[in-house]
Design a protein around this ligand. Structure first.
Ligand SMILES: NC(=O)c1ccc[n+]([C@@H]2O[C@H](COP(=O)([O-])OP(=O)(O)OC[C@H]3O[C@@H](n4cnc5c(N)ncnc54)[C@H](OP(=O)(O)O)[C@@H]3O)[C@@H](O)[C@H]2O)c1
Length: 253
């Protein structure tokens, strides 16, 4: 397919790389960030611009991969009648694009995507279209870049998935970051925890997380919990997080 990529951040870069690797042609990169757009255009041997007025009108699909809060403003003057246009946001309804074209949709990559990671992760796509032509095209595009079958998700379901994604990915990553800071200050090697992290993730493939929980909170081991809170007395923020999660585990026991 011939694709116009709108945006030049993490998602635009990584999806663009996936599209080109799958044999699609990025015919243009449009972004307010002229230098990032030029770099991507060089990588994909295509053209770029930071002016929406010169958008290529001959592509099959337009992927709008810009920040959620920029979408409304950006699509205000964008008119691509008859074209298939999809955004990539988890928590924005597809209807935000309804004045751009009659064929609008969503191409939501359920993955943590960063352009500075050279390894391209598999990216499951949750898609939605305003009509059959849009849905079928977005599904085909998704099938071409992912080992996982694309999944149809309504805007409501996609937003719920996004909430769950934030909890399992962003929040756990933040906990790793807090633990890493603590380890550094206490002279412990954070990497010694990697086998534990890997085993915890491995178990999720076969068991429910609630059923595999171990540790002082699920055992309601108050003496150990109190010792840990005492050890964290110089880390009031981490102490609060420890306490909050311990209470959450105790409540769901
Ligand atoms: N990254 C992920 O893990 C991930 C996963 C799934 C879905 N998404 C969704 O994908 C979309 C893009 O995310 P991202 O991670 O690629 O974000 P990003 O790396 O921050 O890139 C955002 C892009 O939007 C542009 N932009 C920001 N404000 C703008 C404005 N007012 N007008 C025009 N362009 C503007 C930025 O241009 P500048 O460079 O000039 O700022 C940049 O090209 C978001 O809707 C996000 O929710 C992200």
């Amino acid at each position: 397919m011939n694709i116009v990529m709108i945006g030049s951040g993490n998602v635009a870069t990584v999806l663009g790389r996936k599209f080109t690797a799958a044999g699609h042609k990025i015919v243009q990169v449009i972004s307010r960030n002229a230098s990032a757009a030029t770099e991507l255009a060089y990588e994909w041997d295509t053209e770029s611009s930071n002016y929406f007025s010169v958008i290529n009108k001959n592509a099959d699909v337009y992927i709008v991969a810009v920040s959620d809060n920029a979408l409304q403003e950006l699509v205000h003057d964008l008119k691509l009648p008859g074209k298939i246009v999809a955004h990539t946001a988890g928590s924005v309804p597809k209807e935000i694009l309804k004045n751009v074209t009659g064929h609008y949709g969503v191409f939501y990559p359920l993955q943590s995507i960063r352009k500075d990671i050279t390894r391209l992760p598999d990216i499951p796509i949750f898609f939605e279209g305003s009509d059959d032509r849009t849905s079928i095209t977005l599904k085909k595009l998704a099938q071409s870049i992912s080992f996982k079958q694309p999944v149809f998700a309504s805007s409501e379901d996609r937003m719920k998935l996004h909430v769950a994604a934030v909890i399992v990915s962003n929040f756990t990553n933040h906990l790793y970051a807090l633990a890493e800071q603590y380890c550094k200050k206490e002279g412990i090697d954070f990497h010694q925890l990697l086998p534990l992290i890997e085993e915890t993730v491995q178990r999720l493939k076969t068991d429910s997380p609630a059923g595999t929980l171990t540790g002082p909170a699920i055992r309601d081991d108050q003496p150990t919990i109190q010792k840990h809170l005492e050890l964290l007395k110089d880390y009031p923020h981490l102490q609060k997080v420890y306490q909050l999660l311990t209470e959450s585990i105790l409540q769901t026991k």
